[in-house]
Design a protein around this ligand. Structure first.
Ligand code: PHE
Ligand code: ZN
Length: 861
């Protein structure tokens, strides 16, 4: 059975709303089995648009009554629309609907989770709550009353400020909230539940006091202080860096265990996946702590970049997301370690966004069309979007960027705007012409730069010749690309005056450097100044020099990654041809020098530099991927390093032993990262002594970072200690949902040959629940990212089956799972045959959602 083709929605078809909603009054009577929603909307015709009937959006609503100005009126409905004709220019619309949050497994709209009722309205969940003009350019002020059983749902929250509350019959109670800020429906939220609260305050720069609250499942208050501190730090940082003060009297965060995404910036009432709130040293890793800092900051920063100024339509999603990711990256860099933050951002971009931009889901950061908007909450819109904002800052400088932000808010506070509006504010404040730059918003694909160099000893002139191309783009017009560079002399010093930002504006362009005494080593794209793939025929000697001497930590790291990539890709070809890989001594020497300089360069940097490029990143450099050969090659290099540097790894492991009790500082986190990197290399030797060492660390660690690192390393190693540690870990942490997710993820991500069988078995384990997105991501999606173990006929068939099973419950999450197939055409013919069959089986599944259908059609198409 083929599902009907769902319609495609185009940016070029945008029209302003025919009606506006000034105020919204909502009354929720929450009860098991059904919730009744009464809505009173003060509406008027949009004077800028021709008169036409009112068409409201709705989904899975049982309509009980519809009245205009107190009178019943004729109306017509489809499953997703309610139409009323012949309306006056201004009127009050009153509707009553019944919804069933207890059976809402999509986790969009109003739904039940363990401790109560929660909402998720971005992008189009509000229409699952009441009939409405569910689009971001319709902004209203909201007053919300909730009624619920008092003992079961003692906490009743909505956006804004508490207005009144009281008791009612049958042990029930009610509360009314008012949000004075106009907002689009996607920022609406309510919560009714049994929750514990952690309370604090924040004094803004102008002396206002903001009441802060974090609500969590009962018994988890001791896992909230880190998120509270992160919130306070974010508030302060936004005042200092961007002059942006909190406008709210109440800022609430509620954590929920069932959540499709990371977190949501609802006005004054953020709703978070527990993963980005709960943390305590024994249950959360250093990476978790840092992620919480960034996600808390991200949602807080949205209050200005997203809420005060919002998107005109969903094609503009990167307006708020790219900008807000850039802001949270900058916050994270200031709070922790700017050097490794940048390295990790780029590592993440290459692992997820570059493959996306080269695959069937490639789209511009501002897409021109979509079938299902939820499919466009992507690393392109978010992470590439942030890179585009970062380039704007590179082009006009930090002060220019700040002036542009000021101008953006001066022009657009309270409005729903477009990406052009943002860039126009940047242009006005800086005088920079961004006309050519807009290509970054309008084209899919990663630009490639091919760089050649010529040195003329006679004239002392060094010339870089740079060509750009983007085969995914619709035409071959050039991008404007800022390229930071420096030239290094043979001693590893920057040649004076060579440190600059080149502006590439042509498809092919030359840049001259005069007065150069000897052929230099170019360090190109420092700090990753543009999201491009750069080819230059570096020699291993040049890369070794940059790895040792480049003062830009990103490009020092990058030199190491280039060295390793070349070796692994060559070895992949060798292994595929039945030969043994060869590893040059120079690479081992470079790695040894890195280990020796950890004190000067920082443990965190050295840990990053010793981490080889990931398999999915390496795969992008190949035309046809043999995942077994690639996997064998990368592992062989890891093992070779372990054999050659065993003494160094062991020495550093001992030398970096914790000084005392765990502290979450970046300094200590860096030491742990390097020490655990050493342990993982040592485990490549798979000797009884090292296995014992890992088990010993696993058992004695006073923090999750070290405990989990030992478990993760053991999980990659076939041995009895592995099984012991996995069993002990589950035994100890089975009641901590987020720790159980880690336990699932180390198994689904394991390189052991029987991983598929393990994952299948775990789908039947009591720890797994296909209705919980975190569990699906940990077990199933993480398996789909396991290059060597997923890309097999049986792996394809398994994830196809799971995607179909999940689609009936939660299409948004199923659609994210289906994306594991994105790169199927990069594999050999035999694999492709099986991947195609798997994709076709999903496509032909009866009643398939449009979410998954869009992904599968694109993949097959
Ligand atoms: N807007 C959220 C964020 O980026 C993400 C999100 C999208 C959450 C859709 C839920 C649903 O912070
Ligand atoms: Zn966001």
């Amino acid at each position: 059975m083929k599902t009907d083709t769902p319609p495609t929605i185009y940016l070029k078809d945008y029209t302003a709303p025919a009606y506006l909603v000034d105020t919204v009054d909502l009354d929720f009577v929450i009860a098991t089995g059904a919730t009744t929603v009464s809505a009173t909307l003060a509406m008027r015709r949009n004077p800028a648009v021709a008169a036409q009937p009112l068409v409201l959006d709705g989904e899975e609503l049982e309509t009980l009554s519809v009245a205009v100005d107190g009178e019943k009126v004729p109306f017509s409905t489809t499953p997703t629309t309610l139409t009323i004709a012949d309306l006056p220019d201004a009127f009050t619309l009153h509707t009553v609907v019944r919804i069933d949050p207890d059976r809402n497994t999509r986790l969009s709209g109003l739904y039940r989770s363990k401790d109560g009722y929660f909402t998720q309205c971005e992008a189009q969940g509000f229409r699952r709550i009441t009939w409405f003009l569910d689009r971001p350019d319709v902004m209203s002020t909201y007053t919300v009353t909730l009624h619920a059983d008092k003992a079961t749902y003692p906490v009743l929250l909505a956006n804004g400020n508490p207005v009144a509350s009281g008791e009612e019959a049958d042990g029930r109670h009610w509360a009314t909230w008012n949000d004075p800020f106009r907002k689009p429906a996607y920022l609406f939220a309510l919560v009714a539940g049994k929750l514990d609260g952690l309370f604090d305050t924040f004094q803004t720069a102008s002396g206002r006091s903001v009441q802060l609250a974090i609500y969590v499942e009962p018994g988890k208050l001791d896992q909230c202080p880190h998120a509270m501190a992160a919130l306070q730090k974010s508030m302060k940082w936004d005042e200092e860096r961007f002059g942006l003060e909190c406008d709210l009297d109440h800022y609430m965060i509620v954590a929920v265990g069932d959540f499709n995404m990371g977190a949501m910036e609802n006005k004054g009432l953020n709703i978070f996946n527990t993963k980005y709130v709960l943390a305590r040293a024994d249950v959360a890793t250093d990476v978790d702590f840092e992620n919480i800092d960034r996600v808390v900051a991200h949602e807080y920063f949205h209050n200005w970049t997203g809420n005060r100024v919002t998107c005109r339509d969903w094609f503009q999603l990167s307006l708020k997301e790219g900008l807000t990711v850039f802001r949270d990256q900058e916050f994270g860099a200031d709070l922790h370690n700017r050097q490794t933050a940048r390295i990790r951002e780029v590592r993440g971009l290459r692992a997820a966004q570059f493959p996306e931009d080269a695959g069937p889901m490639a789209h511009p950061i501002r897409p021109a069309s979509f079938v299902e908007i939820n499919n466009f909450y992507t690393s392109t819109v978010y992470e590439k979007g942030a890179e585009v904002i970062r380039m704007i800052q590179t082009l006009i400088g930090r002060d220019g960027f700040r002036a542009g932000m000021d101008e953006y808010f001066r022009r657009h506070d309270g409005q729903a705007v477009t990406c052009e509006d943002f860039v126009a504010a940047m242009a006005a404040a800086s005088g920079f012409d961004f006309t050519q730059f807009m290509r970054w918003y309008n084209q899919p694909g990663t630009p490639h730069l091919a760089v050649d160099s010529v040195f003329e000893a006679k004239t002392g002139r060094y010339t870089l010749h740079i060509k750009q191309s983007n085969p995914r783009a619709s035409d071959n017009h050039p991008y404007l690309i800022p390229i930071r560079i420096a030239l290094f002399d043979a001693g590893g010093q920057i040649i004076a005056g060579s440190d600059r930002t080149l502006l590439l504006t042509e498809n092919s362009q030359q840049f001259h450097f005069d007065g150069i005494a000897a052929e230099p080593v170019p360090s190109l794209l420092r700090d990753f100044s543009a999201p491009v793939v750069l080819d230059y025929a570096y020699t291993p000697q040049q890369l070794t020099l940059l790895l040792a001497h480049e003062s830009d930590p990103f490009n020092a790291w990058e030199a190491g990654q280039r060295l390793a990539s070349t070796l692994i890709l060559d070895a992949t070809a060798a292994i595929a041809a039945g030969q043994a890989p060869v590893w040059p001594a120079s690479f081992v020497d470079a790695a040894r020098r890195l280990l020796q300089t950890q004190a000067e360069r920082g443990a965190a940097f050295v840990a990053e530099a010793l981490t080889l490029p990931g398999e999915s990143t390496l795969a992008e450099a190949l035309d046809i991927v043999d995942p077994d050969a690639l996997h064998a090659a990368r592992n062989s290099l890891r093992r070779h390093l372990a054999e050659q540097l065993e003494g160094e790894f062991a020495g550093l492991y001992a030398g970096l032993a914790p000084h005392g009790a765990y502290t979450p500082s970046s300094e200590e986190a860096g030491r742990r990262a390097l020490r655990n990197t050493c342990l993982a290399y040592l485990l490549e030797l798979n000797t009884p002594a090292v296995r014992q060492l890992a088990l010993q660390q696993f058992r004695s660690a006073d923090n999750m970072t070290d405990q989990f690192a030992a478990l993760a390393a053991l999980a990659q190693t076939e041995c009895t200690e592995r099984e012991t540690a996995l069993a002990e870990f589950y035994q100890r942490w089975q009641h901590e949902a987020l720790v159980v997710d880690k336990w699932l993820a180390v198994q689904s991500g394991s390189r052991l040959p029987d991983t598929l069988a393990t994952v299948k078995r775990l789908t039947g384990h009591p720890a797994f629940d296909i209705g919980n997105p975190n569990k699906v991501y940990a077990l199933l999606r993480n398996f789909g990212a396991n290059l060597a173990r997923f890309h097999t006929p049986a792996g394809y068939a398994f994830l196809a089956e799971q995607t179909q099973l999940l689609d009936g419950k939660n299409p948004q999450v199923a659609s994210r799972l289906a994306r594991c197939f994105d790169r199927w055409k990069k594999f050999d013919g035999e694999r492709q045959k099986h991947a195609r069959l798997a994709l076709e089986s999903i496509r032909d599944h009866q009643g398939l959602s449009r979410d998954v259908l869009e992904i599968v059609n694109r993949a097959l198409g």
